[in-house]
Design a protein around this ligand. Structure first.
Ligand SMILES: C[S@@+](CC[C@H](N)C(=O)[O-])C[C@H]1O[C@@H](n2cnc3c(N)ncnc32)[C@H](O)[C@@H]1O
Length: 199
């Protein structure tokens, strides 16, 4: 039995799931999900990021790293990627899993401050797993304002939601929706939306 538990804990997938579950119990609204994103959802999100854009790619709500791993697998250079995660435990896990990346622990509602030490100021794309629907409305408004402030004109915002109707209209007034697709194989199914920052 001891050996079985040891083998399980050596498996990064098991560690990720255990951590994720612990965080859900501690902070269900901020986690906003029952389990980490499935590979199909993570790789679809990564594929929506335009590779040729100037500037940083910001990943928000890194969690245990499902989407982070998909972005790297797709070939995003590590120096272009900055990951922001609110939970200190998950940020610590991400730093151990991806020592080559900049992982910032903090609240996406204060993104400008969190990024003040970055040499590159331009942000070409944002990939967000933030649970905008379950966060406090004031936090969601502050995050949406940060998206508008930080993302370059014409930049892409890739966001997923478990609300299959899509992101509520009015939440992202300065963005134009470019595409929307449901990933049915995720548990539960999720809608990935791609928006462009209007000038
Ligand atoms: C739905 S989980 C997604 C995790 C991972 N990206 C995935 O797809 O499996 C949402 C993540 O957003 C983080 N989060 C929630 N509110 C946040 C905030 N205000 N700022 C930064 N991260 C936040 C949570 O801690 C959690 O890790």
């Amino acid at each position: 039995m001891k050996h079985f538990v040891k083998v399980l804990l050596q498996n990064p997938g098991t560690v990720s799931l255990a951590l994720f579950t612990r965080e859900i119990l501690a902070n269900p609204r901020a986690m906003g999900a029952a389990c980490p994103s499935a590979p199909a959802l993570a790789s679809y999100m990564a594929a929506q990021v335009p590779w040729d854009r100037e500037g940083l790619v910001l990943e928000l709500g890194g969690g245990t790293g499902a989407v982070t791993a998909a972005l790297l697998k797709r070939g995003l250079p590590p120096w272009k990627l900055v990951v922001v995660e609110r939970s200190p435990t998950l940020a610590h896990h991400l730093r151990q899993r991806f020592p080559q990346l900049r992982i910032i622990q903090g609240d996406a509602a204060q993104l400008s401050q969190l990024l003040s030490h970055e040499k590159t100021k331009s942000v070409g794309s944002i990939v967000s797993s933030l649970p905008l629907r379950s966060l406090h409305p004031a936090t969601t408004r502050a995050i949406s304002h940060q998206f508008e402030t930080l993302l370059d004109w014409g930049g892409s915002l890739v966001q997923f939601t478990y609300d299959l109707r899509g992101t509520r209209s009015g939440l992202l007034p300065r963005f134009r929706k470019l595409s929307s697709k449901i990933i049915w194989s995720n548990l539960p199914p999720a809608r990935v939306e791609v928006f462009e920052r209007k000038s």
